[in-house]
Design a protein around this ligand. Sequence first.
Ligand code: M6R
Length: 646
Amino acid sequence: MCGIVGYVGARPALGIIVEGLRRLEYRGYDSAGVAVLGKDSGASPDEGLDLITVKRAGKLGNLEQELAAQAPESAINTGTTGIGHTRWATHGSPTDRNAHPHRSRNGRLAIIHNGIIENFAALRAELEAAGVEFVSETDTECAAHLLEQELANVRAELAAGTAPAALADSRAEQLAEAMRRMCRRLEGAFTLLAVDADTPDAVVGARRNSPLVVGRSEGENFLASDVSAFIAHTREAIELGQDQVVLITPHAVHITTFDGTPTEGKQFHIDWDAAAAEKGGFDYFMLKEIAEQPRAVADTLRGRLSPTGELMMDETRLTEAELRSVDKVFIVACGTAYHAGLVAKYAIEHWTRLPCEVELASEFRYRDPVLDSSTLVVAISQSGETMDTLMALRHARAQKARVLAICNTHGSSIPRESDAVLYTHAGPEIAVASTKAFLTQLVACYLVGLYLAQARGVKFADEVRAVLDQLQQMPGAVDQVLETMDAVRALARDLASSRSVLFIGRHVGYPVALEGALKLKELAYMHAEGFAAGELKHGPIALIEQGTPVVCIVPSPVGKDSLHDKVVSNIQEVRARGARTIVIAEVGDTSVRPYADHLIEVPATPTLLAPLVTTVPLQVLACEIATARGHDVDQPRNLAKSVTVE
Ligand code: M6R
């Protein structure tokens, strides 16, 4: 939620910042704004810098239009230090006035923010009592005024000789000290970036419970919510820890904790390039990301076997003994990642014989789950920043449970706070609707199941190997599905005016039904619901009217016979009540043909792995219906890619 970017160097900052915002727009698109430190070409050399802010409600395009009207030689176009923000509104409606950056009272400081300052009401009351007049409804504006106050305090102490002498020579360090003092007063989740017109060549940032990474380069440095904002300029990055303040200047990066102790962030190299974050000829990121799924699945599987034939995690701070002592697994996640968890339950219980519960992360800690040191909690998150999931994992760790993260984003909070990590290698997922992240989460979940089975000795190495071999076939199978999507696209155009679409499935087909419905809701803004096929007769079947589209996920006929036959019966039941059936079944499954108004065939797969192929037509269906209804599939209304509030 909210994308932020900062730049300091020798090049004009504005273009770099706007380009960064374009790559971060998936995080929120309610408004966008920039602040640049610069000087008009006619200004005398003795004059200081001006702080120029421009911000507009709506998507980045609105801001860009406004910026295009600025003269090329103007301060905003020539300044070499700046910050930019793209907003997902929390406090205050998405208006020009509430857009970031927010200026302090003297107009010399500008600040941008991702997160929620939970004690903002008290802080605002305090500031108002001191005579500050607020111009917006945001929590962020408090931070702008507080930072100005703290900076004034630091400078007053320096004048009085009571501030640490080390601050005397550097205005940038004074700004960082003010940021530290202010952060100690804030509660909640925040990433903040600030610039001060009286502190040239410096951007200061801070993070608590919200992401911030540094991009390092020769003579210039960057700050951003994620690396995609600066990947076109550098692939060397530093991940910031919790409760840290960072000061960037063109030639230095200084990191301290909120109490001022110098520290070093974790350096990393970004192993994908700028092209991975571009549309690559597709109309939408979502279409590109759907098409990338075979490669993403293959990449997530790559290099998982040790030379001695054992499965490997990316990082594990769990011992073999700890894994062997696991007697229960909980999976916590949200949205699409939760659906991956629901599929994982079938595989983990089947392969490990351990009980496995799947919980919505947002509900987990409120029901006081029974956890102890022999519980393994698996936290699944594409972004690694979903606040509900982060809070669930913190709750689990506080109860002494071990936490294993499945995540797509290096250096994000969830893997950093977990005991072990298995990274999915989906590459950047920009479209708000999760597609390739889901498939790679499924692969990672299968690997976790096999890893546990191996560690606990309930599966022989050759059995693990056999499933891995099946998994290796899946990129090809996904590819085959993608090649046959023209019929799905035509069907989608036909369904675009439907009032409601239902999805049914059993076993691993049930979470696939939930995922198909979620995609349609979030992209096409249509009523869509997924049901366990057997549950229909207990109530929801009453929803079916003449012509209601029902998407039916059919398991393999060569898997569990009874399962397949039960689903075929359920298809007949809905059809008998007038449903228009859209059947997704294994190629060659002739038994479903008489009951399918539309048949979508997918390659044969082992029962547990089937979601890797049956989900793909549902992604295409939702994308096409949404497009036919005239929606922006990459940026559906009211949503953001990364949900960093609870
Ligand atoms: O980044 P995460 O995987 O933690 O995100 C969880 C959900 O917010 C996410 O999967 C969401 O449901 C997707 N937009 C659905 O397509």
